[in-house]
Design a binder for this molecule. Structure first.
Ligand code: PEP
Length: 258
């Protein structure tokens, strides 16, 4: 990570786990463990119904934890039963939202064009998008990782002006490493993250590209975080499994300070 130009952000993704009643005990434990002078911002992306409890539990902490959502609908309002808009998330106190996670791309058929609409809805409501991109194992083996990532990044950012880019995080999440216990090597992860920065440079110029936080995600934990985060273009992590336990999440947060 290069802290001269951009923030280090460690974000947890609870996925469809945890109950509203479990949020406060988690927050208290995390607070007890968290170092006072953190070198990174911490975000927890929680299921929609947990957002109010998470905002209340983390608001007063000495070490503020930002609350995020894991998805949103691209429309501002209307007859979309079961969906949640960007304005609802912002009004509930969320500041970040994950967009285009591979589980949504796979199970809910979210395509790059929808990801792009969600990014603009999120920005319009003042939310900070964490845009996930990444290749499957088959795509990696075909040698098309860079082309695929280029397409995912360019489509997701279509129409996004340069002055909004500081509000955006790109998370490189190789699909084959998510929830599998297989982590990309630091070199593999850096190769793609530096490619993402090159794509940003081609779209927005060097100054804007170097200010964007790029995370790695995929079985990141206390054992591998320090090495991944030592790479020049990896500015944080998106952490699934290891964010469910304060003791494990804090190990990744601590690694960001090394
Ligand atoms: C994720 O949910 O984005 C993720 C990276 O999960 P895990 O850390 O469990 O692989």
């Amino acid at each position: 990570m290069d802290t001269r130009y951009r923030k280090t952000v460690i974000a947890g993704n609870w996925k469809m786990n945890m109950l509203p009643s479990e949020v406060r005990p988690y927050a208290e434990r995390l607070r007890a463990l968290a170092p006072a002078n953190r070198a990174c911002d911490i975000v927890l992306c929680v299921p929609h119904v947990l957002i109010p409890a998470a905002v209340a539990a983390f608001r007063d902490s000495r070490n503020r934890v930002f609350v995020g959502a894991q998805n949103l609908n691209e429309h501002p309002s209307g007859a979309f039963t079961g969906e949640v808009s960007a304005a609802m998330l912002a009004d509930a106190g969320a500041t970040y939202v994950i967009i285009g996670h591979s589980e949504r791309r796979t199970y809910f058929r979210e395509m790059d064009a929808i990801v792009n609409e969600k990014v603009s809805a999120a920005l319009g409501a003042g939310l900070r998008p964490i845009i996930c991109v990444g290749e499957t194992l088959a795509q990696r083996e075909l040698g098309i990782t860079d082309d695929l990532i280029t397409l995912q990044v360019k489509t997701a950012l279509s129409g996004v002006p340069a002055d909004k880019m500081r509000r955006i995080i790109i998370a490189y999440e190789p699909v084959w490493a998510i929830g599998t216990g297989k982590t990309a090597t630091a070199e593999q992860a850096e190769e793609v993250c530096s490619h993402i920065r090159a794509v940003l440079r081609s779209l927005y110029g060097a100054r804007t590209a170097r200010a964007v936080t790029i995370q790695y995600g995929g079985s990141m934990n206390g054992g591998n975080a320090a090495e991944l985060l030592s790479m020049p273009d990896i500015d944080g992590g998106l952490i699934g499994g290891a964010s469910l336990t304060p003791e494990k999440f804090i190990e990744v947060i601590a690694a960001a300070g090394e």
